[in-house]
Design a protein around this ligand. Sequence first.
Ligand code: 5GP
Ligand code: ZN
Length: 140
Amino acid sequence: MSCIFCRIVDGDLPSRTVYENSEALAFLDANPLAAGHTLVVPRAHHETVGDLPPETAGAVFEAVSAVTPRVERAVDADATTVAVNNGEAAGQEVPHTHVHVVPRFEGDGNGPIHRLFSSRPSLSDAELDDIAAAIRDGNE
Ligand code: 5GP
Ligand code: ZN
């Protein structure tokens, strides 16, 4: 099996596990953006957020919710950025869904997720209505 995170879940690769439930595992990122940077993964291999079965999605977010305040307390962080690079075009390098929990500190200068985007589209009300309808419709 070549997936790094599947190998960590299976215990074939070492990790610093910090939290687990029946369907999810949290461990320290090997190349942290800040001390305490933690990854939460489903135990089963699912590439993107939209691939997660509902129960698994719930278990992953339960782990995110449980581990985030523990991470903050452990490194005395003021806050956390909780984020997913969901798909290769969004910067996902490991194709096994993982939620980043990155400690943040007052004045760390790293800014909000909004800073990833250099501009915003100008959308008419009709375009927004169409987009909302397409999302509600949900066809694949
Ligand atoms: P992505 O860019 O896919 O959202 O993030 C992948 C993350 O996985 C990176 O932050 C990287 O440091 C981390 N990572 C890559 N390989 C390993 C590994 O073998 N062990 C651990 N604990 N983290 C890893
Ligand atoms: Zn995997």
